[in-house]
Design a protein. Structure first.
Lengths: 259, 428
């Protein structure tokens, strides 16, 4: 059986193709301004027997493509259990959401938390800060790691933090130190959510945020336990969506057949 | 049933409503109601009564209040279930819950109240300042209570706009507190005797006690039917019944709810429900929900869950306790009324173990798969007590989702995802 899993997110649309319980291909595309068109393009790429969807656009995907729907929380849990069965908790820093999920040994959700008032500390926050520092988002983490010092960033509001960053630069603080301070602020906030949910190691770090090496370092030292980064952190949700729609049992741990 | 040709504008003008703003409000409510209520499948036929009541919420019922006043009666506005309806009725008053369930005139409200005041208080103030609540405009007296600091202080400002009388509800449950509360009932009786020009008699209070108890018994029957699986009525419909109980005509309401309960009992016998038998069953507990605040129930039920009971002021707290009916003197009956009301477990009490017991008992009786703790943002009593409820739920092996929200719709996207994920977790 061929299954397509879609994660129609706020910043990217991610897809995974499964065949007989193994991953045959995957894609991560910019959601742009028409995420459902991006999804349609992925749907048209290859034939499939079943389709599952998660992410902001999951209900629209159900409407347009007949996808079976699962929330990001459920999808990440399923995806993590198949890809990284040792994980006892998951941290997903996405475009506008931060999610923390605690799992039981069978990979079922025991507890979770997700921001619902404010997108502080998410991928979008880092994007805006990268712009304020005049760099690309992919350069932000390495800049923070290269810093010799740090500064305290107090505001977690995207707008006020940006003003704070500009103020710090005017004061003559090096860009790297400011980048470091921003990552520390995000990590503090994230660790407090991890503690609230009583997340236990091993922690799987997924979502676009896991591509940021400074965040990985700070979360790892803050957790005081094993943290590992999903090799392809942006497809965990899509894998979960595919497994939700699939009737085949995945071959655990699930791996990529082609690369 | 509805006579749609009646134009209530002259009545609203007489009440001093802001007609333009009020017309706007009256176009918004039916849309919300249609989206939340009329879109449901397989509703009990008896809910047609509530459809009618909602369609006439500012019409026919207000007309009835005016007729009652013209015949020498009074209308007493309240914001809380601790204000004893029995006493109001026994003195020829009609007790009506005042509007406090939607964002209204916040621009005016925020000139007098801090922005970070809970939605219920801001809304109550907004409906008054914006002149769009015909209930408060019909009220001869508004009775407040000291159930939280926000309300307590807001009543001082509300009192500049309407005649307000505040009852002191103690916040502990010791003998001395009951004594204080019993004294408050005497003072309340004296105040109402002054406003109504009548004397409280034992016979009238006994009769009113029976009527209000009958209303609670009818709601208890409706709630008992929700133990069944599949659920014979949606949580939204059951919530609406309690919301309407606060202002509807008592004997008529009782009769209609009993009719619905008959229907639900027949549905149970036939194995008929409004949701599949395997739909995740959720108990909701926390802050009060005034009309048209159906936000959380709507999200749970549109995501495929079913709300099986509410440990809310607009839920079990309203109808679970009855006043003893065996008193033979006025003083004894007032004692019984004082005891019944002080038995209600609002989060304004400290400590408040009774509420935890109620939550766990309702969850067990109604076979809830999980608990949703709903608190209005800035409602410190419920937001803080959520921690105690969460611990107790965890110890009982019941998953609990905490939702802190307000009347705005800006968080519904995120909340829908959290609630859907919670239901997935209950199903797994």
């Amino acid at each position: 059986m061929r299954v397509l899993g879609l994660d129609v997110g706020s910043r990217t649309v991610d897809a995974v193709w499964l065949e007989d319980g193994a991953i045959t291909d995957r894609a991560v595309l910019d959601a742009g301004f028409a995420p459902q068109e991006v999804a349609a393009e992925l749907v048209a790429r290859a034939p499939f027997d079943r389709i599952g969807a998660t992410g902001y656009g999951r209900h629209a995907a159900a409407l347009h493509f007949g996808a079976e729907v699962i929330t990001e929380i459920g999808a990440y849990a399923l995806g993590a259990a198949a890809l990284h069965p040792e994980a006892r908790s998951i941290l997903d820093i996405g475009g506008q959401d931060t999610k923390v999920i605690r799992l039981d040994p069978a990979g079922r959700v025991l507890d979770f938390e997700m921001n619902d008032k404010c997108a502080a500390g998410t991928g979008r926050f880092l994007e805006v800060m990268a712009r304020a520092l005049g760099c690309e988002i992919d350069e932000l983490g390495p800049a923070a790691l290269a810093a010799s010092g740090t500064v305290r960033v107090s505001s977690m509001c995207t707008v006020f933090a940006e003003s704070e960053v500009i103020g710090l630069l005017h004061r003559g603080e090096p860009r790297e130190s400011v980048a470091r301070g921003l990552h520390e602020a995000v990590a503090r906030r994230t660790l407090s959510v991890l503690r609230r949910v009583r997340a236990e190691p091993p922690l799987l770090f997924a979502g676009g945020g896991a591509r940021n090496p400074a965040l990985v370092e700070l979360i790892t030292s803050g957790m005081g336990g094993e943290v590992f980064v999903a090799p392809e952190p942006q497809i965990v949700g899509a894998v979960g969506a595919a497994l939700h729609a699939s009737q085949d049992r995945p071959r655990v741990p699930l791996t990529l057949k082609t690369s | 049933m509805s006579d749609t040709t009646v134009d209530y504008h002259p009545m609203w003008t007489e009440l001093g409503l802001d007609l333009v703003a009020h017309d706007m409000l009256l176009t918004a409510i039916p849309q919300m109601y249609a989206d939340a209520y009329l879109s449901q499948q397989d509703r009990p036929a008896g809910m047609a009564y509530f459809d009618f009541v909602l369609s006439e919420i500012h019409g026919l019922r207000i007309k009835e209040l005016q007729d009652h006043k013209a015949a020498g009666g009074t209308v007493i506005g309240t914001f809380c279930l601790y204000v004893p309806e029995e006493i109001i009725r026994a003195l020829g008053g009609l007790s009506v819950g005042l509007c406090a369930g939607a964002e209204w005139a916040y621009d005016q409200v925020e000139q007098v109240l801090p922005r970070n005041t809970c939605a219920l208080i801001k809304s109550a103030m907004g409906f008054k300042m914006g002149k769009v609540c015909p209930y408060v405009e019909s009220a001869d007296l508004v009775v407040g209570e000291t159930t939280c600091d926000g309300k307590k202080k807001a009543y001082e400002l509300f009192g500049e706009l309407a005649p307000v009388y505040v009852m002191e509800l103690p916040q502990m449950k010791r003998a001395a507190d009951l004594e204080l509360w019993r004294g408050e009932l005497d003072r309340f009786v004296a105040k109402l005797e002054e406003v109504t020009g009548r004397r409280l008699t034992f016979e009238a209070l006994q009769q009113a006690t029976k009527e209000v108890n009958d209303k609670r018994r009818a709601l208890q029957r409706l709630n008992a039917a929700r133990v069944a699986s599949p659920a014979p009525i949606s949580g939204k419909d059951a919530l609406l019944a309690v919301q309407v109980a606060f202002y509807d005509d008592v004997p008529r309401f009782t009769q209609m709810v009993n009719k619905i309960a008959d229907e639900l009992e027949a549905r149970i016998a036939a194995g008929q429900g409004v949701a599949p038998a395997d739909a995740p069953r959720v108990l909701i507990t926390g802050s009060p929900m005034s009309i048209p605040n159906w936000k959380v129930h709507d999200l749970v039920e549109k995501a495929g869950g079913v709300v099986v009971s509410e440990e809310l002021c607009t839920g079990a707290r309203y109808y679970e306790q009855l006043v003893a009916e065996d008193a033979t003197t006025l003083e004894d009956l007032l004692d019984d009324i004082a005891e019944k009301y002080l038995d209600i477990n609002c989060a304004c009490f400290t400590p408040n173990p009774g509420r935890i017991e109620d939550v766990l008992r309702l969850a067990r009786e109604h076979k809830a798969d999980g608990i949703l703790h709903y608190a209005l943002q800035f409602c410190a009593p419920y937001q803080i007590e959520a921690t105690t409820v969460e611990r107790a739920a965890r110890d009982a092996g019941l998953p609990l989702l905490r939702v802190d929200t307000d009347y705005s719709m800006e968080d519904v996207g995120q909340l829908a995802t959290r609630i859907e994920a919670f239901l997935e977790m209950l199903e797994a």
